[in-house]
Write a protein that binds this ligand. Structure first.
Ligand code: CAA
Length: 379
């Protein structure tokens, strides 16, 4: 694996870094205070071509490699993990399922609008009683003529309420367990579909997390993604890739925590010298930097496999597990380095602390990543 980025990848990194500093950083305070979805930033990202980075040009995307997309999530998340997750969910699990499993008609109808940012994508798998045990979902889809009638609800759906298209999983044959699950493309204006309660979260302020509800929702039969019963494999296959995006988001948080903590340790003086001159703090920073580097290697290794169309499920889970644990640890340590100031909202490290936590939970908890990795090892 070559960890030296190509010229094209370096250009992507610089463009996104500049955009994040110039446009996103000044918007953070407003998102933190109001929890308002940053629509104006998504519009600007669309203008920059960021909403379809790894989507082939023939479907209106930038046609860049998967690693370039991961670089973008990483750079955005160094400044705002909120923007990182909006883009990751939109691309990895909101758009890619149609690209990988859709028929030509579905691809032509939806992907150009998603890749250009005209549409925002979302992914509806989790339910009130089905989280880690995704195969136990209860939402039902019954075929009636040329429609499927969906009933049920999904919770914790990122981008819900702002998204135009949802990839939704429902059972067409409950007696068949995971083999009875099917995937559907659901337009936001589908009769019987509605957006429910918006969650008030610990962090990621500005990213929408809502319930979505299906009450005799009429989804055209042509919106079935893949075949009936293929839904679970579609969900799992896309999460394999999606988890690299969350690893990159986690890496961004960890890198930001390390940078803030290092700068503060150089500036802050106690007992007549910078606090970083104390071995207790110097070693803390050394451990943080080592773990951040390891998270980076795992994340870009998984991305490189995907870029080369090689199987990446185990490596994606390893990267997501290690990078999210590193994000949390780094954020905790950064707050410790800042001392009392770190506990206030005046300084950015408390936001990193709150944003890091969910990375150990969504797109599969750390415990689920360990299950996936151990299944790969043991069969
Ligand atoms: N790719 C393709 N097929 C897969 C697969 C994969 N990665 N993983 C499993 N499958 C297939 C299996 O091969 C099996 O089929 P066969 O019998 O034909 O081989 C079938 O699916 C069932 O597999 P398992 O028996 O392994 O399934 P399980 O019920 O034990 O569950 C699990 C496995 C890994 C725990 C899974 O339920 C899981 O990933 N849970 C976590 C759910 C999750 O990540 N949710 C995230 C929600 S989205 C989100 O969070 C987005 C956001 O907001 C940021």
């Amino acid at each position: 694996m070559n960890l030296v980025f190509t010229e094209e990848q370096k250009m992507m990194q610089k463009m996104v870094r500049d955009f994040a500093q110039k446009e996103i950083a000044p918007a953070i305070e407003h998102m933190e205070e109001t929890e308002e979805f940053p629509r104006h930033l998504i519009t600007k990202m669309a203008e920059l071509g960021l909403m379809g980075i790894p989507i082939p040009e023939e479907y209106g995307g930038a046609g860049m490699d998967f690693t370039s997309y991961i670089i973008a999530i990483n750079e955005l998340s160094k400044v705002s993990a909120t923007i990182g997750v909006i883009l990751s969910v939109h691309t990895s699990v909101g758009t890619n399922p149609i690209l990988y499993f859709g028929n030509e008609e579905q691809k032509r109808k939806y992907i150009p609008k998603l890749a250009s940012g005209e549409y925002l994508g979302a992914f509806g798998l989790t339910e009130p009683s089905s989280g880690s045990d995704a195969a136990s979902l209860k939402t039902r889809a019954v075929k009636k003529g040329d429609h499927y009638i969906l009933n049920g609800s999904k919770i914790f759906i990122t981008n819900a309420g702002e998204a135009d298209v949802y990839i939704v999983f429902a059972s067409t044959a409950p007696d068949k367990g995971s083999y009875g699950i099917s995937a559907f493309i659901v337009d936001k204006d589908t009769p019987g579909f509605s957006v429910g309660k918006k969650e008030k979260k610990m962090g990621l302020n500005g990213s929408n997390t809502c319930e979505i509800v299906f009450e005799d929702a009429r989804v055209p039969a042509e919106n079935l993604l893949g075949k009936e019963g293929e839904g679970f494999k579609i969900a799992m296959g896309n999460l394999d890739v999606g988890r690299i995006g969350i690893a990159a988001q986690s890496l961004g948080i960890a890198e930001a925590a390390l940078e803030f903590a290092t700068n503060y340790a150089k500036e802050r003086k106690q007992f007549g010298k910078p606090i970083g001159a104390n071995q207790g703090l110097g070693f803390k920073l050394a451990d943080m930097a080592t773990e951040v580097e390891a998270a980076k290697l795992l994340t870009y290794r998984a991305a490189d496999l995907k870029t080369n169309n090689l199987s990446c499920g185990k490596e994606a889970s390893m990267a997501k597990l290690f990078a999210s644990e590193t994000a949390m640890k780094s954020a905790i340590e950064a707050v410790q380095v800042y001392g009392g100031y770190g506990y206030t909202k005046e300084y950015p490290v408390e936001r990193l602390f709150r944003d890091a936590k969910v990375c150990q939970i969504y797109e599969g908890t750390s415990e689920i990543q360990r299950m996936v990795v151990s299944k790969h090892l043991l069969g």
